[in-house]
Design a protein around this ligand. Structure first.
Ligand code: FAD
Length: 553
């Protein structure tokens, strides 16, 4: 029995019902994932339910940076910078496969957001507060040096540039690796299981939830001593059901990213620059692409599938034109895109981009614990805070004692390579193994970053299922990744694989087009789908491609 296999959904769901959990987490984004890991590591019985796929909410739609939040210095949120800066190193060491340091250029202009003084002071403070290690400390560049590093920069009014290190990540895989580790320790987690109502006892305390299996329509009831609402943009909806939406509320803000071929925006490193309206935007190279974002606009629609509107697209195209005047980028160059919803805590009279990214915990009269706000970067500390609260409650209410958080020093799944240093040796080792399969260096490196220590299992599947792959007419490596996703990462729908396990819809959309048919056919067979299911999921892939590519065929 494999605890986290998409092929055992029925079994996993059946088993879910047989327990009263210490902690029942609603929401399988990074926030819920972190809480599940922290609580199970402390010895609590934990269940996590997610109504879509894991990370299908905001946690697969971010800028994909683990950052110290330099821009918050501008708003003098020194505390935020200090904590997220230091935490960055922890996230890196616990999952070095998924987080990679990357130099970032911060050009400054006459009348820009940052000037030479504030950049220098800002970055100095940043290095200091965030305890940035020696090799990664900021440099301040003269205009001539900045242009040498990045010839594409707009030179008009260029006063110089800061040069500092940010960390890139894969948000969806970070989420799934945290959940996998939680499951390894003993948590139970299931996707496509939607909470539709709360159960209360006679005293009005919340004791469980009603869940609908989104695949079969089956209903089930789950019970927990502590119920945690970690539903990101949906937090207020669940607080409404609990009749506890009082005091502070969420402010939803949409952010859009566009993806281009790196040939068209051939930047040499990431750049953080002012848009014409003074907001700041990232352009980041990744695996042969350059992605640019983000926008920040108020949003009031359904958070499930926020659209990329023409005005979002044009805003970003304009910003690109402004910063890289020698390029001619048009709407037809957009290969892919995504939009995400920030669950911010409302602050009166402030625009979305001025609102603090602080997290906030709400405890309702019924005992429901809701957590919202925050960043990917701070997920572990946020989880620690929530679970500390739960520990305190267990002690006061029942005299039960639990230890403190241990997540600061445990590797997430795939991160068991001996920290960032060990990861370098691990990569060398994998290069040898992968070469024996006839894979090239670029692909092996990509796989090592995608799966970390679990790449061994993927290679094992590659060897074992080569013949079957040929029979299914699927590239053997693609097939091995698919099998790994199904057996170890709860892939059920093709979009789980194409969007969140591989990131391919955003960064390799042609790969998705090439493999979709045979993969869907294989999944249908392996997971015993009905004809209707197969059509439905096939259409969902086609629709995802159409949406991401903004209607480009
Ligand atoms: P979500 O990821 O949305 O998870 C909540 C989950 O709850 C969803 O998956 C949803 O399906 C599920 N759910 C909802 N209702 C129910 C129900 N009834 N039953 C079961 N499940 C339910 N942070 C950074 O650190 N770095 C960045 O570079 C960065 N860039 C960003 C860029 C953009 C455009 C945006 C929007 C955010 C960015 N962030 C960034 C912030 C970060 O992405 C979020 O703070 C984080 O992903 C929120 O995670 P979450 O788990 O709270 O919410």
């Amino acid at each position: 029995f494999m605890a986290f296999s998409g092929m055992n959904r029925q079994n996993t769901i059946q088993k879910l019902q047989n327990e009263t959990y210490d902690v029942l987490v609603i929401g399988g984004g990074i926030t819920g994932a972190g809480i599940a890991l922290d609580a199970s590591k402390r010895g609590m019985k934990v269940a996590l339910v997610e109504m879509q796929d894991f990370a299908a909410g905001t946690s697969s739609r971010s800028t994909k940076l683990i950052h110290g939040g330099l821009r918050y210095l501008k708003q003098l949120q020194v505390g935020v910078v200090m904590h997220s800066g230091r935490e960055r190193a922890v996230v890196y060491e616990n999952g070095p496969h998924l987080t990679t340091p990357e130099w970032m250029l911060l050009p400054y202009y006459k009348k820009g957001t940052f000037g030479p003084l504030s950049t220098n002071l800002g970055l100095f403070t940043y290095d200091f507060l965030a305890k940035v290690n020696k090799h990664e400390r900021r440099k301040i560049l003269k205009p001539r040096e900045a242009v040498q590093i990045e010839p594409l920069l707009n030179r008009k009014g260029l006063k110089g540039a800061g040069y500092y290190v940010e960390y890139k990540t894969d948000d969806a895989r970070l989420t799934i690796e945290v959940i996998k580790k939680a499951v390894e320790i003993g948590a139970r987690a299931i996707n496509y299981a939607k909470v539709t109502a709360f159960h209360y006892n006679q005293a009005g305390k919340v004791i469980g939830v009603k869940v609908t299996d989104q695949i079969t329509g089956d209903q089930l009831d789950l019970y927990g001593k502590k119920i945690i609402n970690a539903t990101g943009p949906w937090v207020d909806e669940l607080r409404e059901w609990d009749q506890s939406k009082e005091g502070k509320t969420l402010h939803l803000a949409k952010g859009v990213h566009l993806v281009f071929s790196h040939d068209l925006i051939p930047i040499k490193q990431a750049i953080y620059f002012d848009a014409p309206d003074g907001r700041m935007i990232f352009a980041i190279p990744r695996n042969g692409k350059t992605y640019v974002g983000t926008t920040d606009t108020n949003y009031s629609g359904d958070p499930t599938n926020p659209p990329v509107l023409v005005e979002d697209r044009d805003y970003l195209l304009k910003a690109i034109q402004y910063m890289f005047p020698s390029l001619t980028i048009t709407k037809d160059d957009v290969e892919s895109s995504w939009a995400g919803i920030r669950p911010l805590i409302a602050e009166k009279g402030k625009n979305p981009d001025q609102i603090s990214r602080k997290d906030e915990i709400f405890i309702s009269k019924s005992g429901l614990i809701s957590i919202a706000g925050g960043k990917l970067t701070g997920y572990r500390q946020m989880a620690e805070k929530v679970v500390d609260l739960v520990v305190k409650q267990f002690k006061e209410e029942a005299g039960i004692l639990y230890s403190g958080s241990e997540t600061e020093s445990i590797a997430i799944s795939g991160g068991e390579v001996g920290g960032s240093e060990g990861f370098q040796d691990f990569k060398k080792n994998m290069l040898l193994k992968g070469t024996a399969f006839g894979l090239n260096r670029r692909i092996i490196t990509k796989l090592a970053h995608r799966y970390g220590a679990n790449l061994d299992t993927v290679f094992h599947l590659l060897a074992k299922r080569m013949v079957e792959a040929r029979r299914e007419n699927i590239d053997p490596l693609v097939f091995a990744e698919l099998c790994y996703g199904m057996e170890f990462e709860m892939v059920y729908k093709p979009t789980d694989f194409f969007i969140r396990r591989t990131g391919a819809l955003y960064f390799e959309i042609d790969w998705v087009k090439r493999h979709k048919k045979n993969i869907v056919r294989y999944l249908a067979k392996a997971l015993h789908w009905s004809k209707e299911q197969m059509d439905l999921y096939m259409n969902a892939v086609a629709e995802a491609i159409l949406n991401a590519s903004l209607g480009r065929k």
